[in-house]
Design a protein around this ligand. Structure first.
Ligand code: UT7
Length: 332
């Protein structure tokens, strides 16, 4: 069977930095609370004329360059904050990247979106539908956050990360070896934007203003996130035939440093082998794993041949893990 092999990597974040001190001027919170409960010091926010596709195009361009500039056969954009409810963001991104008329579509799995995007692209490659696929996780998450809500505004940030996958062999460095994904829609209400979709519109009732904002039951989400990330990590490692001690780097969805450390602890992976960069980006949802991979590669935390475990949990609820061998990638 043809395997998907990681061939390029890139990331992009907006200029504007929002520090904890800036948030504390606006709402009843403190730098101390945010750092100690989440590990976050600052996050990025899109400017007034900036949107998800702008970040996706910038990250996608870097990933294409790092993969040698060859064209791709499909574009997958994982996002919770598409430019519009209709149409999808991926066709616009493909067009702006000069990729012609390739198939392009969005994947919506909130914070698990990038892992779902990899799964989809790897399937296209395995089935022969595409030889090279650009997978982007991009979010202008601040556009769905209530700027006065202290339970969400400190946590989320904006950004994008992208990879190019190409058809190859499972023995090659960069091969995506195994996946373990899942969902549980009975918990959909834990992470939700209640208004703006068909459910609210078809009710004929006007939405309460707050219902257009992202809402999360943080404590319950925390618990499910740790459980599902541990469980799917164990499953993907079992499928790959790796034990947890052989994992060189755990790159988890950057939701909360306490979640990342709890997952590492349960898997008996030392905390120093759990990559953390949420301090300067916060939780960027579908962008968080590729943003982390980009930084880990740039700073030398990821080396060619490393055994890498990706794991994510998000709204839906959805989760997923991937086992891969890190390739020798040129930085874009
Ligand atoms: O990306 C998808 C996955 N998402 C996640 O995995 C997020 C998971 N959840 C979390 O990361 C955490 O639950 C949060 C960071 C969202 C919240 O941390 P927590 O330790 O679970 O806090 P809490 O919600 O239990 O709140 C503890 C206290 C409460 O006060 P009382 O009721 O104890 O008096 C909150 O009202 O902290 C209060 N609080 C705050 N205080 C200062 C909540 N937010 C803030 C704030 N500043 N920003």
């Amino acid at each position: 069977m043809r395997h998907a092999v990681l061939a390029g990597l890139g990331a992009a974040v907006p200029e504007q930095r929002i520090t904890n001190a800036m948030l504390a001027e606006r709402m009843d919170t403190s730098d101390e609370w945010i750092r100690s409960r989440t590990g976050i010091a600052e996050r990025r926010r899109v400017g007034p004329e900036e949107s998800t596709s702008d970040l996706a195009v910038a990250a996608g361009r870097r990933a294409l360059e790092s993969a040698g500039g060859e064209p791709v056969d499909a574009v997958v954009v994982a996002t919770t904050t598409p430019d519009h409810t209709c149409p999808a963001t991926a066709p616009v991104v493909a067009s702006r990247l000069g990729l012609g008329t390739v198939p392009a579509f969005d994947v919506a799995a909130v914070c698990s979106g990038f892992v779902y995007g990899l799964f989809t692209a790897a399937g296209l490659i395995a089935q022969g539908g595409a030889g090279r696929v650009l997978v982007i996780g991009a979010e202008a998450f601040s556009t769905i956050i209530n700027p006065d809500d202290r339970t969400t505004a400190p946590i989320f940030g904006d950004g994008a990360g992208a990879v190019v996958l190409r058809a190859g062999d499972e023995t090659e460095p960069g091969a995506l070896l195994e996946f373990a994904l899942g969902s549980d829609g009975s918990l959909a209400d834990l992470i939700i934007v209640p208004a703006g979709g068909a459910r609210q519109r078809s009710s004929g009732k006007p939405a309460a203003p707050d219902d257009h904002y992202f809402q999360m039951q943080g404590k319950t989400v925390f618990m499910h996130a740790v459980l599902r990330m541990e469980e799917s990590s164990r499953e993907v490692l079992r499928r790959a035939g790796w034990d947890t001690s052989s994992v060189d780097l755990l790159v988890g969805h950057q939701a909360n440093i306490r979640i990342l450390h709890a997952v590492a602890d349960r898997l008996d992976i030392p905390a120093e082998r759990a990559f953390v960069n949420l301090g300067h980006y916060g939780n960027t949802s579908a962008a968080s794993i590729p943003l982390a991979l980009d930084e880990a590669a740039a700073t030398g935390a990821l080396k060619a041949g490393d055994r890498v475990l990706l794991t994510a949990f998000g709204g839906g609820v959805t989760w997923g893990s991937v086992a891969l061998r890190w390739p020798d990638l040129a930085a874009a």
